[in-house]
Ligand binder design. Sequence first.
Ligand code: G1P
Length: 260
Amino acid sequence: MLHAVIPAAGRGTRLAPVTRAVPKELLPLGTRPVLDHVLDELNAAGVARVVLVAAPGKRALLEHLSGNPAVSVAWQADPLGLGDAVLQAEGETGEEPFVVALPDALFGGPAALRALLDVVAARDLDGAVAVERVAPERASHYGIVGTHGDGLIRELVEKPAPGTAPSDLAIAARYVLPPAIFAALRATEAGSGGEVQLTDALARLVAAGARIAAVPLPAGVRRQDVGSPAGYAAAFVDYALADPDLAPAVRDAFDARRDG
Ligand code: G1P
């Protein structure tokens, strides 16, 4: 049975002040919250059980999910980073590789995640990470991976200092990870930003011989960043235009602006 972890404990500072009261995962895209679109993606990729990691102050997530038998909630007590958030799901993700889906990125469906799962199964790997090419000056905003010729990861650096990135391949918010990631996370000290980084725990696994692939986003699939004001606004329009009930009103609004 395929499990997934959704780390949703971040404070949403990029979307403040809205996120003071409303978790960013519950902001609407079209008529449904971001979180529901992520859950749809996971479901379509074959995920049967989800552990959502929330933080104190984001209890609205619990209320939103109440009555959903496929999702349980774990809590991150202190804001110690993405790696620490994933660690809170330890013991709840089964004995097999499991998915981690960062909910501030959407991919328009399950193709990106399916590509990871397919590669892990076809090559019998320990894990896989979605990657996309970024401009060199953007590399310091991401986890960056260096790969061997066969696509397996040889090194990972979280938010490399300008000019030091091992490649232009940025980690893109979807992972398939082996259960060994939890021991690696427990052994990982705070890194970039003073937080426990998932990237650093992955680097430990790779250094210990784990076979983890970097998998480019499939052709035609792009990452939408819904955790920043500009990315959220653009994604909202995309989702509204994809909804037959909303699209006519949105088109009229654009037309009225252009003509007026
Ligand atoms: C996180 C990860 C980073 C990754 C990014 C996008 O960073 O730590 O490695 O590249 O998500 O998936 P954050 O956006 O939380 O700073």
